[in-house]
Design a protein around this ligand. Structure first.
Ligand SMILES: Cc1cc2nc3c(=O)[nH]c(=O)nc-3n(C[C@H](O)[C@H](O)[C@H](O)COP(=O)(O)O)c2cc1C
Length: 175
């Protein structure tokens, strides 16, 4: 319990990774933490696409950069070898919250397992595109899914920036 609490406070986004591959059993553990996240009415409407294939990862990176209007060669995944794409069923009312809870769990699990991670945005725009819808179909995913976000994973190549000071006046006690 104590170490869980400390991990929640100490985790930081990692934006520089070594080229070392991440063992599959560690990736599976991170995914499991995402799969165990809470979901509205316990619907388990979230799915995770684990991208470890380098060519596919690079194509997804190019697509993500394009959403931002950045040229090919910009890597919004910061060189991370693994990209866990989180998607959730569009027809479930809490799907965005559910997907976000899964990403949060995975970021914290990655930290607890000694990995670097970062939440990367723009999965919605990617998975609105036919090319990426086709990837889901090719993987056997049925139904209509919205991209919620990416959790990138790898071994940190540098110490992360320290946490920004927490803003004051964000907690209101109603005792
Ligand atoms: C919804 C969401 C989207 C984010 N998208 C990106 C992103 O596209 N690229 C990036 O470098 N970081 C992204 N982040 C990470 C935040 O920038 C980061 O969490 C924040 O700066 C605080 O730093 P920390 O994670 O080290 O506490 C995102 C975080 C959230 C919650």
């Amino acid at each position: 319990m104590q170490s869980t609490y400390q991990d929640l406070l100490a985790r930081r986004s990692c934006r520089k990774f070594t080229a070392d591959p991440v063992p599959k059993d560690l990736i599976e553990k991170v995914i499991e933490a995402g799969i165990y996240a809470p979901s509205g009415m316990g619907a388990q409407d979230v799915i995770i696409v684990a991208v470890t294939n380098r060519e596919l990862r690079d194509r997804l990176s190019t697509a993500n950069a394009a959403v931002m209007g950045r040229p090919a060669g910009t890597d919004p995944f910061y060189g991370a070898p693994v990209v866990l794409v989180v998607l959730a069923r569009k027809d479930w009312p809490t799907h965005v919250y559910d997907g976000s809870a899964a990403i949060g769990n995975m970021l914290n699990a990655a930290y607890a397992l000694g990995l670097g991670s970062c939440w990367i945005h723009r999965a919605k725009e990617e998975f609105d595109q036919p090319e990426w819808k086709q990837l889901l179909a090719d993987l056997g995913v049925e139904g209509d899914y919205e991209g919620i976000g990416h959790c990138i994973l790898g071994y940190p190549a540098a110490d992360p920036a320290p946490a920004a000071p927490r803003k004051d006046d964000r907690v209101f006690w109603a005792e």
